[in-house]
Design a protein around this ligand. Structure first.
Ligand code: ADE
Length: 230
């Protein structure tokens, strides 16, 4: 059968259980069902050859923490690369390039991506030198591993794949698209505990509504993220 899935994502981890549930719910689940994306989780322990399925070891030179061994990672990535070409082999790490909407947009246009999740003290540096094409951090703080960061990045990019969101408009007006934060949203009732929905939104005048929304986005951005306007 022809595989017409738009994007394929392979995630490599020593802790697959951290990824399974978030990748099988909500929008991502629907995107998978619609065959817009296929996401495979690979357990590093399956690429070990010893009885204890060892994926980490102590660092050369001493010091605290464990380092993920190169062999299982090399074998896993090479097995995948034998089957197809990958646009990027991404290592999620606190010292990578800071993730943002622009990177999400770029990644959402790719066909095949690999995400490698580090754990403990990180991964053997030879993996980074030889196999990794891009390193991404989700912020200036340290997580126990790359799994949650990979989930954040995958979530942000999958929702940008055409057809994933039912109302394609909603992603074009997201915060950060067009370098502006999003405007306030309201739903029924029109008045709740004395708090009223802005009159213009009830007016049915689409031009005025659009103008109001744009002004709100500029004001909101100016208040919270002035740097986006510069
Ligand atoms: N692994 C540990 N901390 C991280 C971060 N902030 N971003 C991406 N991967 C990480």
């Amino acid at each position: 059968m022809k595989n017409n899935t738009l994007m394929r994502i392979d995630v490599i981890t020593g802790f697959p259980q951290l990824l399974r549930s978030p990748l099988s719910a909500s929008i991502i689940r629907q995107a998978k069902k619609k065959k817009l994306v296929s996401i495979r989780i690979h357990d590093l322990r399956k690429y070990t050859h010893d009885k204890h399925k060892t994926i980490d070891d102590t660092p050369y030179g001493g010091g605290a923490g464990m380092v993920l061994k190169p062999e299982p990672i090399f074998e896993c990535i090479e097995t995948l690369q034998e089957k197809r070409n990958y646009d990027e082999v991404i290592y999620v790490t606190a010292d990578g390039e800071k993730f943002n909407q622009k990177i999400a947009n770029q990644l959402s246009m790719k066909t095949n991506l690999i995400f490698l999740c580090g754990h403990y003290k990180g991964i053997d540096h030879r993996v980074r030198e030889k196999l990794i094409t891009k390193e991404i951090s989700i912020g200036d703080y340290v997580l126990t591993g790359g799994e949650l960061a990979a989930l954040v990045i995958i979530d942000a990019l999958v929702r940008l794949i055409p057809g994933v969101l039912g109302d394609s408009e909603s992603m074009l007006t997201d915060s950060f698209q067009g370098d502006l934060l999003d405007c306030p949203s309201y739903t029924k009732p029109a008045e709740y505990r004395g708090m009223k929905v802005p009159e213009v939104l009830l007016s049915g005048d689409h031009k005025s509504i659009e103008k109001w929304r744009y002004e709100q986005r500029v004001r909101h951005t100016n208040d919270r993220r002035k740097s986006l306007l510069l």
